[in-house]
Design a protein around this ligand. Structure first.
Ligand code: XLS
Ligand code: CA
Ligand code: CA
Length: 438
């Protein structure tokens, strides 16, 4: 069965096109420096939002009727969903997808039944991947929806839940490997707490580290060569999540000797929930060589929760792509649209408009970022601003020759340091000009 018969394949038609199903800025084969747009962007569709969820929210029932989810049994619905997903990937021209185990295959009555369901769907998914050339960017396990995980998975007060979560990650990782997944993601769904009064925080954090270590050991044991990624998020569902933001996760990995085994999957909406700009978390991760992949979406500052909207803010996309270009790309990571259409956007067409808009925003963001970096305007200003660090004094500090005693002598000799403008408004105006000129 075809689910999107009336929708044409999305193609690049250029900025003057009025066709809502065409890309205005994303030309996959366009060379941007040494790579094509496709190679820089590595777009992925999130299975859960686009095919599985129905738009329910805390105040209301699902609003999005997806024909593929209508079937006599959950496993038949999962098979239809897979057909719809691969038809969608091909029509959109996207190369990657991402899933949680239970987005693609329903959870059974027992663990064994859940594993069988996943095997059955994964086998079909592998065939579809071979037929279409679409690949798996990352897999993950849903360790937050089932009631057993209400008080966390790895950080649960009950080790039986820890063991159950381990079994689920083991299976999800084996499946990701079987499907050639290029990464595996850990998002600490309910790894946090609600009240300090009933929480042994130290122990919970140690358990989380142990879980990650065991997972990394298992990945090595089965020869999974994909990158392991941790996705920070400050809150929601729990009040305090242990993987608060990029800096917290890096500190946590350092503290537990795990920093060389994981990188980060940074999500825009999670960075803003943590009180940061998206680019801040990207820059923190990238500075440590730990920016592995991106969940491209946006929140709504007026709502303040994880709205997971499609990203269409050009300045955010430009700032993100500046970080990506500076580090030479994201591979084996990519840009996953962890985003959902609004629950009032009920047509199947809306799924295409949403993804096309997000892809165009990042493609244009890439081109603008490349021009900014090629013209050297930011680098020039930064070099000028930090130029004194190339003087003898700067060299002595950076190389470790200086001590507090020598610095105090220097300060006495030097007198009051010169004050220099940061020229922030001038730089903001330059940035603005790049946004509006093509
Ligand atoms: C939820 C997260 C989740 C992860 C994968 O807020 O974004 O969807 O990306 O578990
Ligand atoms: Ca995410
Ligand atoms: Ca999110």
């Amino acid at each position: 069965m075809e689910y999107f018969p009336a929708i044409p394949n999305a193609r690049y038609e250029g900025p003057d096109s009025k066709n809502p199903f065409a890309f205005k800025y994303y030309d996959p084969d366009e060379k941007i420096g040494e790579k094509t747009a496709r190679e820089w962007l590595r777009f992925a569709v999130a299975y859960w939002h686009t095919f599985t969820d129905g738009g329910a929210d805390p105040f209301g029932a699902p609003t999005l009727r997806r024909p593929w989810n209508d079937a006599p049994t959950a496993i038949e619905a999962a098979e239809q969903r897979l057909d719809a997903a691969f038809e969608f990937f091909e029509k959109l021209g996207v190369e990657y997808y991402c899933f949680h185990d239970h987005d693609v295959a329903p959870e059974g009555e027992t663990l064994a039944e859940s594993n069988d369901n996943l095997d059955r769907i994964a086998k079909l998914a592998l065939e579809k991947q071979k037929q279409t050339g679409v690949k798996l960017l990352w897999g993950t396990a849903n360790l937050f929806s089932h009631p057993r995980y209400a008080a966390g998975a790895a950080t649960n007060p009950d080790p039986a839940v820890f063991a159950r979560a381990a079994a689920q990650v083991k299976k999800a990782m084996e499946t990701t490997k079987m499907l050639g997944g290029e990464n595996y993601v850990f998002w600490g769904g309910r790894e946090g707490y609600e009240s300090i009064l009933n929480t042994d925080m130290k122990r919970e954090q140690e358990h989380l580290a142990r879980f990650l270590e065991l997972a990394a050991d298992y990945a090595r044991e089965i020869g999974f060569e994909g990158q392991l990624l941790i996705e920070p998020k400050p809150k929601e569902p729990t009040k305090h999540q242990y993987d608060f933001d990029a800096a917290t996760v890096i500190g946590f990995l350092d503290a537990h000797g795990l920093a060389d085994r994981f990188k980060l999957n940074v999500e825009a909406n999670h960075a803003t929930l943590a009180g940061h700009e998206f680019a801040h978390d990207l820059a923190i991760a990238s500075a440590r060589g730990m920016l592995g992949s991106i969940d491209a979406n946006r929140g709504d500052l007026l709502l303040g929760w994880d709205t997971d909207q499609f990203p269409t803010t050009l300045s955010d996309a430009v700032l993100a792509m500046i970080v990506v270009l500076r580090q030479g790309g994201l591979a084996p990571g990519g840009l996953n649209f962890d985003a959902k259409v609004r629950r009032t956007s009920i047509d199947l067409d809306d799924l295409f408009h949403a993804h096309i808009g997000g892809m165009d925003a990042f493609a244009l963001g890439l081109k603008v970022a490349k021009r900014i970096l090629d013209d050297g305007v930011l680098d020039l200003n930064i070099r000028k601003r930090y130029a004194e660090w190339d003087s003898t004094l700067g060299e002595e500090i950076e190389s470790g020759k200086a001590t507090f005693a020598t610095l105090a002598e220097r300060a006495l000799e030097h007198g009051e340091p010169l004050r220099r403008s940061s020229e922030q408004e001038k730089i903001e105006n330059i940035f603005f000009r790049y946004l509006v000129t093509r």
